[in-house]
Design a binder for this molecule. Structure first.
Ligand SMILES: [Zn+2]
Ligand SMILES: [Zn+2]
Length: 282
């Protein structure tokens, strides 16, 4: 298979994933709406642009460095580490990988809020003032590559899998383990952004939900920002002191206190053009 047909296959897979995700989340958001807003809301085409750009960047750029890390760590790590992990049942490896990956994600995400250079790129994800499932894709590719690499890095070090070609990005991996892991993580990212009023109170202490992640996008005031960095496991925020999930109300507004340009091209160029202050998020 040549590189052109590989590229075409990735694009076709991305379209199929986009329609499948829309087929799940659009009806759910119509039935269990949190806030009344149009399906074709402001910046939806920008988000679709980000969806393709970030997925392609991840599929094309993350594989090689993660494979290198994996090979290097296999040469360094004691062999019992790999053999011990291999002997564990699939479900345990999936849970362990999701937790370890989320710790990597937590810290890269937190640093993206705390380091001004990284915030220039990550602030793009916080620009939308309306949240729904597709806002999951609204991120600068540099930011997406950084956080995804940091989430996958510890997994590669431990030999738990080179996940660079995640499913919506057009993975060619057929390993059941990687398929399950990638599918769960990807769909969860869309879920926690969804415009859903659900509160699953016993579960929301265990797993992240829209209520949890919407607080991460809040624009309700400086006291409430920089909370809830984890993608899947709220206990990571509890451990590191950034957990916030009131039981009786939801975030009133979303977006940034600071002004940044809107639109696909302007947002892509923005981190390179200006020194964005993260004072509103720090
Ligand atoms: Zn953030
Ligand atoms: Zn988000």
């Amino acid at each position: 298979m040549n590189s052109l047909s590989d590229f075409t296959l990735i694009i076709i897979r991305l379209w199929i994933w986009l329609f499948l995700l829309a087929a799940v989340f659009v009806p759910l958001e119509r039935v269990f709406t949190l806030r009344s807003q149009r399906i074709f809301r402001q910046s939806i085409w920008t988000d679709i642009g980000y969806y393709f750009l970030s997925s392609l960047c991840s599929a094309l750029l993350l594989g090689a460095p993660l494979a290198l890390v994996s090979q290097a760590s296999q040469a360094i790590l004691p062999s019992f580490v790999g053999s011990t992990l291999d002997s564990w049942p699939l479900w345990l490896k999936v849970v362990l990988s999701l937790v370890i990956g989320d710790i990597g994600y937590y810290w890269s995400h937190r640093l993206a809020h705390e380091i001004p250079l990284l915030w220039r790129f990550h602030s793009i994800h916080h620009a939308p003032t309306e949240l729904d499932w597709l806002v999951n894709t609204h991120g600068h590719p540099v930011d997406i590559l950084f956080t995804r690499f940091c989430a996958l890095l510890p997994l590669s070090v431990l030999g738990l899998g080179n996940l660079a070609g995640s499913a919506p990005d057009g993975s060619s991996s057929s390993a059941l383990f990687l398929e399950i892991l990638t599918l769960v993580g990807t769909i969860w990212g869309f879920f926690i952004h969804a415009n859903l009023r659900w509160r699953v109170r016993p579960l929301e202490q265990l797993l992240t939900t829209p209520a949890f992640h919407h607080w991460h996008h809040t624009n309700d005031g400086p006291a409430l920002i920089n909370k809830n960095y984890a993608a899947m496991f709220p206990f990571i925020d509890r451990i590191f002191g950034s957990f916030y999930l009131p039981s009786d109300h939801r975030s009133e507004s979303f977006g940034l206190a600071e002004e940044i340009p809107t639109g696909f091209i302007d947002e892509l160029l923005h981190p390179f053009e200006t020194q964005t202050s993260n004072s509103s998020q720090s």
